[in-house]
Design a protein around this ligand. Sequence first.
Ligand SMILES: Cc1cc2nc3c(=O)[nH]c(=O)nc-3n(C[C@H](O)[C@H](O)[C@H](O)COP(=O)(O)OP(=O)(O)OC[C@H]3O[C@@H](n4cnc5c(N)ncnc54)[C@H](O)[C@@H]3O)c2cc1C
Length: 389
Amino acid sequence: MPETVLHRSTPVTLISEDETLFRDTVRQFAEDKIRPHVKHMDEAGVFERSLLDESFQLGLMGIEIPESYGGSGGTFFEAILAVEEFSRVDASAGVIVDVQNTLVNNALIRWGDEVQKKHYLPRMASDTVGAYALSEAASGSDAFALQTRAELLGSEYVLNGRKLWITNAKEAGLFILFATLDPAKGYKGITAFLVENNFPGFTVGKKEDKLGIRASSTCELILEDCRVPKENVLGEPGKGYKIAIETLNEGRIGIGAQMIGVARGAWECAVKYAKERKQFGKSISEFQSIQFQLAQMATEIEAARLLVYNTARMKDAGMNFLKEAAMTKLYTSQVAERVTSLAVEIYGGAGFTKDYPVEKYFRDAKIGKIYEGTSNMQLGTIAKIVLGS
Ligand SMILES: Cc1cc2nc3c(=O)[nH]c(=O)nc-3n(C[C@H](O)[C@H](O)[C@H](O)COP(=O)(O)OP(=O)(O)OC[C@H]3O[C@@H](n4cnc5c(N)ncnc54)[C@H](O)[C@@H]3O)c2cc1C
């Protein structure tokens, strides 16, 4: 672990000049380019391809990829800022950037060998969307009970099985896909593979019609004698469980960033509407009960942001952040649900319609308690650590 240098007066939310410039650029892009598409992307359940292309051009799909591999050479904290700013405008845009940076690129940077990094990282930074395929129909929370099989035949692995709920599947060119070499070995059989969407025997199946983050594709993957070169094992055979556990720990901070972005987007709408809407001859923002609700929401968002930023800084500092990442995801998803729900109420009847943006924030918030480990699973992790078991 690197030596800890304490700057006692530095607040967690104080961001550097470079980080401010980065955040402002992402915010501007989200406002000017993403916002005009949000409503129709939600209705159609499709993400606008041109926004992906522009995200690549801005370097937002390869934030942590070193410059020597064509990436932006940034920090994990910057990736978190990008997810927050995108999600403030659209949680689907937020999760696309999140999966790309905090799961797929992160795993490649950390576990890829030099040949894999040289082959894949420049593509991830320039035009290839990534996806992370762990879950199956019968293994969600119990992820390591997965049934997708991988068998070594000569110079190739042959994969058979089905994956479910895979974010970015429609757009992705590269999948980090987990399969077992031997179900009898339990988690010790699990292996991570780098699977391209054009490998023989690989098909993207049914796309889910969802409550929220509708513009983010979530699909089934079908592997029928899918042939994957032996060199495309990420890390070592049988060590996939370690890759899954450790990348998801980092991913949870990303979901925390998504949740504070969603909460802030809804809160900003609620404040604006409360100032405009008149009842009993004055703006509803003049009623103390509305003011108190907005103050409570702002306080919870700030507390949630402190958790996200601190855990991200812990990750960049090389510290252990397992407990903090679980707490971050647990708490931020609770805050996002409460804040977006109150935002709907502050809009009154209007909030319940699709003419206003808050019902979408409310729908989008719900996923935070489900993916990358449900709230119960986060509580289990936190309990184990704080109770010392
Ligand atoms: C929109 C969306 C996108 C997703 N994206 C991806 C992706 O990109 N890649 C990927 O691999 N997966 C993805 N997932 C899958 C997601 O991670 C799983 O849905 C999640 O882990 C929960 O698994 P499950 O749905 O099978 O629920 P289950 O595991 O069946 O859980 C059902 C309920 O039982 C509870 N429960 C289960 N076990 C326990 C226990 N031991 N103790 C207490 N409570 C328990 C859960 O908390 C939950 O409330 C996505 C899911 C969705 C909905």
